[in-house]
Design a protein around this ligand. Structure first.
Ligand code: NAP
Length: 336
């Protein structure tokens, strides 16, 4: 063989990205790694994911990929880093990764504004019955100006309850406090002096928040403590004119209880960006309810957010491959 034409072996670390993400991060990864991107229109099957992870030193995963001991073991002992292309990381067994010395990162902050914007959009859409109104026009049912048709609920000066006053909760509260003069109540594991001083917000317990809020917006991570947090009992505490918004994770809300509450008009409306399962089957009771607005998990789906998420994922993986601390690590104390 002519030594000049023989390809030299590529010793760069192998990295798998489990869906095609924004080009910005892929470019960075491609410069330093042997990069494989799963190009399917749907996520890889479990078998495919396990197979492709084998021999990788870095993984960029999505919330639809379960990253557990089985996957980490199949990848092999050379695996150094996993970065979720999301801020939530309830799909990752962080303890299993720590036990195998695999660093885990996520992409926080850069999606905060986009997700808060969507929470406000869903709140407005649900409160002002926007999908019903749009359907009326599209389906030729708009007959005249209705003095008593499609009446929604008002926003100005109302009370907003934020369940989980973290980055996105605070950004949502800022928008609704500044724009609509809403009074802000919130839950979190610890009080947030920043929110208290900037928004005159008040840390309360969940039953108080639910009973006192006209709008409730959920922003806590999905953890053992928050799964099913908004159940029938919680919904029963909310006033009849209340609107519930969930841009966190579907599992935080008991969907059967929510469907029943919406059907009975026990609360006014709901706006959901997240459900369980995703996608929600079209025959699910929530889909057919005119007082439930559902978006297909698009909280971070803005051009800037997805580009920056891609860049952060690349930075996390490249740092992990070099054995350096990740710029955006998740911590086991933060689960979810
Ligand atoms: P974050 O800054 O970590 O905020 C989460 C907040 O939830 C923290 O303030 C935390 O309180 C609070 N919390 C934790 N456990 C709680 C509990 N049991 N009860 C009440 N509050 C609790 O996270 P983030 O960046 O705002 O993101 C929040 C979540 O939004 C993510 O975990 C993700 O699931 C979801 N998300 C969805 C989308 C989407 O596309 N729809 C996009 C981005 C994020 P402490 O600070 O006191 O611990």
């Amino acid at each position: 063989m002519n030594p000049d034409t023989a390809a030299s072996p590529d010793h760069r670390p192998r990295v798998l990205v489990t869906r095609r993400i924004h080009e910005a991060g892929l470019q960075q990864l491609g410069e330093h790694t042997r990069l494989e991107v799963w190009d399917g229109a749907m996520p890889p099957s479990r078998e495919e994911l396990l197979r492709r992870a084998e021999g990788c030193e870095g993984l960029v995963t999505l919330l639809s990929d379960r990253v557990d001991g089985e996957l980490l073991d199949r990848a092999g002992p050379q695996l150094k880093v996993v970065c979720n292309y999301a801020v939530g990381f309830n799909n990752i067994d962080v303890q299993a990764a720590a036990q195998r010395d695999v660093a885990v990162g996520n992409t926080p902050d850069v999606l905060t504004d986009a997700t808060a914007d969507l929470a406000v959009a869903l709140l407005l859409a649900a409160a002002r019955r926007l999908p019903e109104a749009i359907d009326q026009v599209r389906q030729g049912r708009w007959k005249t100006w209705e003095p008593l048709g499609l009446l929604g609920v008002d926003l100005v000066g109302k009370t907003l309850g934020i369940v989980g006053m973290g980055r996105i909760g605070l950004a949502t509260a800022q928008r609704l406090h500044a724009g609509w003069g809403m009074r802000v109540l919130y839950t979190a594991r610890d009080p947030k002096p920043d929110a208290d001083s900037r928004l005159d917000a008040r840390h309360v317990d969940l039953p108080t928040l639910l009973a006192s809020s006209d709008f409730v917006s959920i922003h806590c991570p999905l953890t053992e403590q928050t799964a099913g947090l908004i159940d029938a009992e919680a919904l029963a505490r909310m006033p009849q004119h209340a609107v519930l918004v969930n841009t966190a994770r579907g599992e935080v809300v008991d969907q059967d209880a929510l469907a029943a509450a919406l059907e009975k008009r026990q609360i006014f409306a709901a706006g959901l960006d997240v459900t369980t399962p995703e996608p929600l089957p079209p025959e699910h009771p929530l889909v057919g309810l005119d007082n439930c607005v559902i978006a297909p998990h698009i909280g971070s789906a803005s051009q800037d957010s997805r580009r920056r998420m891609s860049e952060i994922a690349a930075q996390n993986v490249l740092a992990g491959l070099r054995g350096e601390p990740l710029p955006h690590p998740v911590s086991t104390g933060e689960a979810g």
